[in-house]
Design a protein around this ligand. Sequence first.
Ligand code: NAP
Ligand code: GCO
Length: 263
Amino acid sequence: MNMFSLEGKIALVTGASYGIGFAIAKALSKAGATICFNDLKQEFVDKGLAAYEAEGIKAHGYVCDVTDEAAVNALVAKIEAEVGVIDILVNNAGIIKRIPMCEMSAAEFRQVIDVDLNAPFICAKAVIPAMIKKGHGKIINICSMMSELGRETVSAYAAAKGGLKMLTKNICSEYGHYNIQCNGIGPGYIETPQTAPLREIQPDGSRHPFDLFLMGKTPAERWGQPDELGGPAVFLASDASNFVNGHILYVDGGILAYFGKQP
Ligand code: NAP
Ligand code: GCO
């Protein structure tokens, strides 16, 4: 089981004050990794540090906008000086805008692409040189069902997450010979603040129409929990996956395998 150990490893999980990033960082910590994370505001970094402490985890928190290349390079340099060279990068920070495409402005489209696709490029580019020097590295990009499927109102998000799938494969192709593995995790529908609008109870007390629709598209017939992404993340961050590269591991309760419940 040592192959799943992350003892002595340093992980940067972006946007990990709460939600999926927090759950993944918790799992990496329990496998032995030292956790570094960032968020946009000190208020959220502080809340995140308290949440990690409540789990018995002494995390390192930093304010950093992942779309700002200079800030990301400064963050990586600060972590290297204060904690050590980053062995594991989890590109988790992300946003979504649910707007019909023809009602979405180009600025709104660009904002989603900036956070969900340009930022993972910026962060990966910031950590790869030191990974090459160290002789190993793990990059995990948080993809989505929308890396494979489209749906109404999420054009920018789907374009970004589809691009992130291919960026994952390209980092694998370009840096695999330096013993760097770059893989993706594609969560299904997970209970976090990002998806809370899709689970809102309706004024008449009924479940959200999308919530009910999703149950018919998910063999597990339930939403996923953030903690259910922890095991897949530990696998992709550890020596257990040293010959797994360019792969998107879908953690979706079977959605992508399922045609949908028969009427
Ligand atoms: P969430 O609850 O909305 O959390 C997103 C995190 O990213 C927040 O901490 C947010 O910080 C941070 N963030 C956003 N923009 C940032 C920026 N420019 N710089 C730094 N941090 C930034 O989302 P989630 O549901 O945990 O999702 C996490 C990742 O999983 C995202 O990439 C999402 O696309 C992906 N995903 C989610 C699901 C799902 O069902 N929930 C499924 C598939 C994939 P603030 O709090 O300061 O805004
Ligand atoms: C949506 C949801 C999804 C999830 C996730 C599914 O509006 O369809 O937000 O996009 O966030 O990406 O894998």
